[in-house]
Design a protein around this ligand. Structure first.
Ligand code: EPZ
Length: 432
């Protein structure tokens, strides 16, 4: 099984290019099947989540031309099935975006119900509530694990979400874009990737207003047409490298970003003693002499992103004094804390709150990634720890970070992806 071996203690210095946003690209790919014309999506991140959703799209019969690792041409004209099997859903939860897309275009969709995952139960009741408000019959009980949605007509309606769900906002935008009349969705998610999907749909001929605000208005159209669209940069990948600079006492120029998408991460790092300089499409993070403790609470955008919580808590594990991290979005997103404490951190979790007593340094150890962002956080821990760290189960990390170890090596990190003990020994001898 592949794993990362890291020799910690080196400040990371240099420049890193950020890839396209995974969580935008997943919604964009689903939107691309909503027309019988060709849609080209550029700047895709080359990560397993994206590659698996592209497979799922090919599985329902769409014509898929993978121009290169970062570009795909999709033509939904040849779609011959509205059924997304469990095998696909098991690989990538966001296959449920195909539900919203197929329902919108064909008024018929059958998608395996997503289970929970490492960070929480993650129900889709808000998605279902919205589909029903648009006139769909949704059966999530008798489908033997499949969610069945059908509609004679889809008619615009007023939908008020119980919480600012990213997935529900994107899924309902997809379906409503081809419904008859006006749909208003309130209490929506405002993440950059929601705006990106709305922008793609509008470039395909949809009429969506207000994405990025608390209320989205969608005026349904008859049909959508082809287009070419480029994915926005990944704010979470960018934030992960910003945290790596802070944690290792380095200075990194994080390139190909939209600084306004990073504002809550930037302001938190400044509070912690970093110097952050913003440019048009880059930010430079220079670590301070010490990391100052602070408090943070994860919130929907523009609040502090839950997807940055493990990485930030890891930086705070070596801050001076006490820090508090409150996870308000998911109910089980502290699974990495046990692994950090095995590296010498002093973190206590009570419910949705982590109490962090900063220590001087972490000690390298063998740890296991429990999920995508926690895995990235454990790599950051290894980069700043004394000695060698092995991070196992890196398949989680490869879901959302393109060439993670290569980008880190480009910043001076001693990190290698190895498959066996021989490769591990070779690395350890080389870095000494
Ligand atoms: C998206 O998940 C992201 N995934 C997650 O990123 C991210 O953590 C999350 O948004 C929050 O920003 C993708 O975009 C593919 P939600 P999503 O619906 O859409 C509850 C990563 O690391 N909820 O905004 O599933 C839910 O349980 C991943 O890249 C309901 O109760 O998140 C959660 O507590 C991890 N009912 C909260 O809302 C619903 O119908 C927010 O979930 C929907 C959600």
């Amino acid at each position: 099984m592949e794993r990362y071996i890291i020799k910690g203690g080196k400040p990371l210095d240099g420049e890193v290019e950020i890839s396209g946003a995974k969580n935008a690209a997943l919604g964009l790919l689903a939107a691309a099947i909503m027309t019988d014309e060709e849609v080209t999506i550029e700047n895709l991140p080359d990560v397993s989540d994206i590659n698996q959703l592209i497979d799922a799209i090919a599985n329902i019969g769409a014509t898929v031309n993978r121009v290169d690792r970062h570009t795909v041409k999709i033509n939904g004209k040849t779609i011959n099935s509205c059924v997304v099997e469990y095998e696909q859903m098991k690989k990538i939860r966001a296959s449920y975006y195909l539900l919203g897309a197929l329902l919108g275009r064909f008024k018929n969709a059958e998608v395996a119900l997503p289970g929970g995952c490492a960070i929480g139960s993650r129900p889709i009741d808000q998605h279902i509530k919205g589909f029903r408000a648009l006139g769909a019959m949704v059966d999530d009980e008798n489908g033997h694990g499949m969610l069945i949605a059908k509609a004679d007509r889809l008619v615009g309606n007023h939908i008020f979400l119980d919480m600012a769900s990213v997935g529900a906002t994107i899924n309902l935008m997809l379906t409503a874009s081809l419904a008859e009349g006006k749909t208003t969705i309130e209490n929506v998610a405002k993440e950059p990737h929601v705006v990106d999907v709305a922008n793609l749909l509008n470039s395909m001929g949809a009429n969506i207003r207000g994405a990025g605000t608390d209320k989205i208005r969608i005026y349904g159209v008859e049909k959508l047409h082809g287009t070419t669209y480029s994915v926005i940069p990944d704010q979470i990948e960018a934030g992960t490298f910003m945290c790596a600079a802070a944690a290792t006492g380095g200075s990194i120029l994080v390139k190909n970003v939209i600084p306004i998408h990073l504002e809550c991460i930037t302001s938190k790092l400044i509070e912690m003693g970093c110097v952050v300089t913003e440019y048009d499409d880059a930010v430079r993070v220079k670590a301070g002499d010490v990391i100052t403790s602070t408090q943070l609470k994860t919130l929907p955008y523009p609040g502090f992103p839950t997807d940055m919580q493990p990485q930030m808590a890891t930086v705070l594990s070596v801050a001076t004094g006490y820090s508090i991290v409150v996870e308000s979005i998911f109910e089980n997103r502290f699974k990495y804390v046990g692994e950090l404490n095995r590296m010498g951190a002093k973190i206590q979790v009570e419910g949705s709150t982590a109490f962090i007593n900063g220590v001087k340094t972490l000690k390298g150890a063998t740890v296991s990634a429990p999920d995508l962002r926690a895995g990235a956080a454990l790599v950051i821990a290894g980069l700043m720890a004394e000695g060698f760290t092995t991070v196992e189960d890196i398949v989680y990390i490869q879901r959302g970070y393109e060439n993670f170890e290569g980008k880190l090596r480009g910043l001076g990190a001693d990190i290698e992806k190895v498959s066996d003990d021989r490769e591990e020994q070779k690395f350890k001898l080389r870095v000494g």
